[in-house]
Structure formats: structure tokens, C-alpha cells
Ligand binder design. Structure first.
Ligand code: GLN
Length: 251
């Protein structure tokens, strides 16, 4: 781990003022807190609509969810340069946590239920098509082995149905609820160190194992290796397990 007096990780929150549903910025607090409990620190910066900055100092990006209208507002800004920079950061192995509307933004396009097509980044091989019913509710999924294999509990609310291309993995397999499209049992996407999910709520405080997995990807990329000290977090894990039981048995 780093011995120089610089922050352990630099986190960048993309479009915090637009993609801001369901308290998803709590994910950043959770990342910060689990670093802090281990005596590690981080910086948190924001990158808003109309702003440009060099993304190379950042190790971990967070993009939250937004409604169809909010997503369309971003198109011009993405084309003005931010899109290419984000794609370069993806290819460079930077860690991304992207939720719902922010997840859809990483794919090729989002076609709304009334036929409006937003051409998105194409940073990851998938597309999304809006349906005329929404997929809403508490849900649960199991992460793929390459994403740590733990269970995740969350809340989903989307009309978009996401279909993955052949070169990418789902983030996990649905245990209860809809996930990517309500049809193929997949939830979210994993490509390089991009983690896309429909899980609002925010996802990380309810899923400590997944949070540490995300942090590990960013630390490993930056420092070559990373071993996170175990925390006295029995209550977080018990809360997760209790919620999982409830979600699995909810009618
Ligand atoms: N607009 C998208 C949908 O409904 C994303 C919604 C969200 O981020 N909650 O599919």
C-alpha cells in the first residue's frame, strides 16, 4: 500500500446534480467510511454538467440514477468530450459503479418506451429499451464469481430493459425480482472494472462484501495488490442477511 502522504484513493462523482435519485450518493459515504475505518483516506470530487477536467487522477467513479428526461439532458455534454474521457478511463481499468440511469448511460443506447432514442457512450457492450410497464420492487441477486460471488440486496425501479452483448458478463444472477430485463435472469454488467447495476437505495451500505470488492479493484489497479483489513462489521452483515431473507420470502 502507498507510503507517501497522498490520499489512498481519489473518487469522482459524475453528474451529481442530475443523476441523483434515491440517495444514491450514500454509496460514496460508504466507500469513504470503510476506507476510514481502516485508517485509509480518499478525496471525493464532483464533475458536473458543463465542466471538463482531467480524469487521470481519479481511481473510482460513481454515476447515479436519473429519469429519462435527466438522461437526455446529458447527451450534449457527453458528446462535448466527457464521453471519450470516460471511455478511456474504462479501458484504462478504472473502477466504475454505475446505477440505473447511470448504468444505462454506459451502454450503446437507451430507447424510451415512446420511441426516443438516446445514443449513449458505448463504453460497454449492451443496449436498453424502455417498456410500458415499470419493474419496481425490492430484489436480490448473486454476484458472479469474478465479482466476488456474494449476495446483493437492493431496490429497483426502471422501465428500461437491458440486454447484454456477447463480450460482457452480467454483474450477477437474479434471485428475486427483475434485474436487467425480467426475462433472462441477469442483473447488471461487469466489464473490466465497470460494475453496472439497477440497484438503488443506495446499494453499498446494504452490501458490505460488495463494497470491499469494489474498493479492492481500485486499490489493486493503483497499487498492484491490496489486502483490506477485516472490520468489526458483524452488524452490517447481519442486516444484509436479514434483508435478504425478507426479500426472498416477500410475496
Ligand atoms: N430512466 C431509466 C428507466 O426508467 C432509469 C431510471 C432510474 O435511474 N431509476 O429505465
Amino acid at each position: 500500500m502507498s507510503t507517501v502522504a497522498e490520499p489512498t484513493l481519489n473518487i469522482c462523482h459524475i453528474y451529481p446534480e442530475v443523476l441523483n435519485l434515491y440517495g444514491d450518493r450514500g454509496n460514496i459515504r460508504c466507500l469513504q467510511k470503510r476506507l476510514e475505518w481502516r485508517g485509509l483516506d480518499c478525496t471525493v470530487s464532483e464533475l458536473k454538467l458543463g465542466e471538463q477536467k482531467d480524469l487521470s487522477p481519479y481511481d473510482l467513479f460513481f454515476i447515479g440514477g436519473g429519469q429519462d428526461f435527466d438522461q437526455a439532458v446529458l447527451l450534449e455534454d457527453l458528446r462535448a468530450g466527457k464521453g471519450e474521457e470516460l471511455k478511456a478511463a474504462v479501458e484504462d481499468g478504472k473502477t466504475f459503479l454505475c446505477i440505473c440511469g447511470g448504468y444505462q448511460m454506459m451502454g450503446h443506447y437507451y430507447e424510451t418506451h415512446d420511441g426516443q432514442r438516446d445514443e449513449f457512450l458505448g463504453a460497454v457492450d449492451f443496449y436498453t429499451v424502455g417498456g410500458d410497464t415499470r419493474m419496481i420492487g425490492n430484489y436480490a441477486f448473486r454476484l458472479g464469481a469474478e465479482s466476488g460471488g456474494s449476495t446483493v440486496v437492493g431496490f429497483e425501479n426502471h422501465s428500461g430493459r437491458t440486454f447484454l452483448g456477447s463480450g460482457v458478463q452480467p454483474l450477477g444472477t437474479v434471485l428475486k425480482g427483475f434485474g436487467n430485463n425480467g426475462e433472462d435472469g441477469t442483473e447488471g454488467v461487469r466489464y473490466k472494472n465497470v460494475f453496472g447495476s439497477y440497484s438503488h437505495g443506495p446499494i453499498l451500505p446494504k452490501n458490505p462484501a460488495f463494497t470491499d470488492f469494489l474498493l479492492t479493484t481500485a486499490l489493486e489497479r493503483k497499487y498492484g495488490s491490496a489486502v483490506l483489513e477485516p472490520l468489526a462489521d458483524r452488524f452490517e452483515h447481519e442486516a444484509h442477511d436479514r434483508v435478504l431473507e425478507r426479500v426472498l420470502h416477500e410475496k
